[in-house]
Write a protein that binds this ligand. Structure first.
Ligand code: NIG
Ligand code: FE
Length: 424
């Protein structure tokens, strides 16, 4: 078989091996590491990995050989929860937030998510595209090769579709693969504050079928929170979404312990996200129903809130993934490496647990475990060369970008920390 490329002289190759299901408990702390390794690639896929130069495949004059110079290789990172496409920014609320005004109060005053809804309505498709592309380039520079992207800054059909169309176009144009989520139930517009039901009917009867028919999103998500969508409202929306063929996610128990984790178990959501205030019973129900806990420590850091109980989740055999929640309000940063460092410093996860949480477990979180999340034969050749001596160092030396090179589908797309693709 003709080999397109071999990356050799990899100091440590961390495979994040797929066990055929999300990693739980002690498995989360286990990493397979091959020293002095190589990766062989054909047509964008991994066809062989091994030690030294013991290639079983035939290397010929067509094969490009690259030297990894002893660096550490991991699977391309996966950011499984982002609000990538949105208009504007919210630095005007920063001082208010710093003086202690709660996130939900800012929203109830018509700011927060509702302010970004206005900016998103006012932005043209081109403007939204250019802004999101800049963010996606930044994510890629930090080692992210696959990301999820939510809508939710329209709260009416036209703008929700605009956001999703921009995200879908970007997903096709850009090296980073995107997975799309409809989050029409992200906030209650002011005119429906007193009576949510007519807005919920619009979401379920108009928006969800349209988005589904146009093939613009495969997941449906709801912001289930005190003062936003109640447990009953969330259950109604997500049950309808399930009937329509969406896979389910839920913003659960972020600020108040409402029972979002329990609901995620009942509906067998693929993931429940945030969970800073989740109850122990809720976490047990999640474990029983194989719901992944997608924790977002950048949001805890930025909102100055308690971190989710990651250690308790791991003890209860809940599979944990980590992601950025990149959005203009509760986490205005695309830096997944910082989120990983907070995974250790804030959530008290081990570096090994964190790496599994942003690779293979994150792949399960977005239903992409068949193609990404680990460096294994048959998967996409998505991987990162980090300029670090070991996995611990990646989490320990915080706040900087450790990426040296990123390969996406076997193509070098980031070199010396800068994007170098030119296909847009
Ligand atoms: O996941 N909590 C709800 N949604 C986002 C924040 C969106 C925003 O503030 O613009 C979150 O934190
Ligand atoms: Fe979010």
């Amino acid at each position: 078989m003709r080999v397109d490329m071999v990356i050799k002289n990899i100091g440590s190759l961390v495979t994040c091996k797929d066990l055929g299901r999300p990693k739980v408990g002690k498995e989360m702390n286990e990493l397979e590491i091959i020293e002095d390794a190589y990766i062989a690639i054909k047509d964008g896929e991994i066809i062989e990995i091994g030690k030294n130069d013991d290639y079983k495949l035939i290397i010929n004059s067509y094969t490009k050989i690259e030297d990894a110079k002893g660096l550490l290789a991991t699977p391309g990172l996966i950011d499984s929860h982002t609000h990538l496409v949105h208009g504007g920014s919210r630095e005007n609320e920063f001082s208010k937030k710093l003086s202690g005004v709660p996130y939900i109060e800012i929203l109830n005053q018509g700011g927060g998510i509702l302010s970004t809804v206005n900016s998103t309505k006012e932005s043209s498709e081109e403007k939204l595209y250019d802004k999101a592309k800049k963010s996606l380039d930044r994510m890629l520079e930090f080692g992210v090769t696959t990301a999820e992207a939510k809508s939710g800054y329209g709260l009416e059909l036209e703008t929700e579709l605009k956001q999703l169309k921009v995200a879908n176009k970007l997903g096709k144009d850009h090296p980073v693969d995107l997975v799309h989520t409809f989050l029409g139930a992200h906030a209650i517009p002011m005119e429906y504050k007193e009576n949510h039901q007519p807005f919920i009917d619009i979401i379920v009867d108009e928006m969800m079928p349209k988005v589904k028919n146009l093939g613009l999103a495969e997941f449906c998500d709801v912001f289930c929170e005190d003062g936003v969508f109640s447990i009953e409202e969330t259950e109604y929306i997500l049950s309808k979404a399930k009937e329509m063929g969406y896979k389910l996610k839920i913003h659960a128990d972020e600020i108040v312990s409402l029972g979002g984790a329990e609901l995620a178990g009942k509906l067998q959501c693929i993931s429940a996200d945030h969970l800073m205030a989740a109850s122990k019973d809720g976490l047990k129900i999640m474990a029983q129903n194989n719901v992944i806990a997608n924790i977002l420590p950048g949001t805890s850091f930025n909102l100055n809130k308690a971190y989710a109980d990651a250690r308790g989740m791991i003890d209860l055999n809940v599979a944990v993934s980590l992601s950025s929640d990149y959005n203009p309000g509760s986490c205005p940063s695309e830096n997944l490496q910082f989120v990983m460092q907070l995974g250790c410093l804030g959530l008290k996860m081990t570096p090994n647990e964190v790496l599994n949480a942003v690779t293979i477990n994150a792949a399960y979180c977005i239903d992409r475990e068949k193609s990404v999340g680990s460096i294994e034969v048959g998967k996409k050749a998505d991987f990162v060369l980090f300029d670090v001596p070991n996995v611990e160092y990646l989490m320990y030396h915080f706040g900087i970008n450790h990426v040296h090179k990123v390969y996406k589908d076997g193509v070098l797309v980031v070199d010396n920390k800068r994007v170098i693709y030119n296909n847009i």
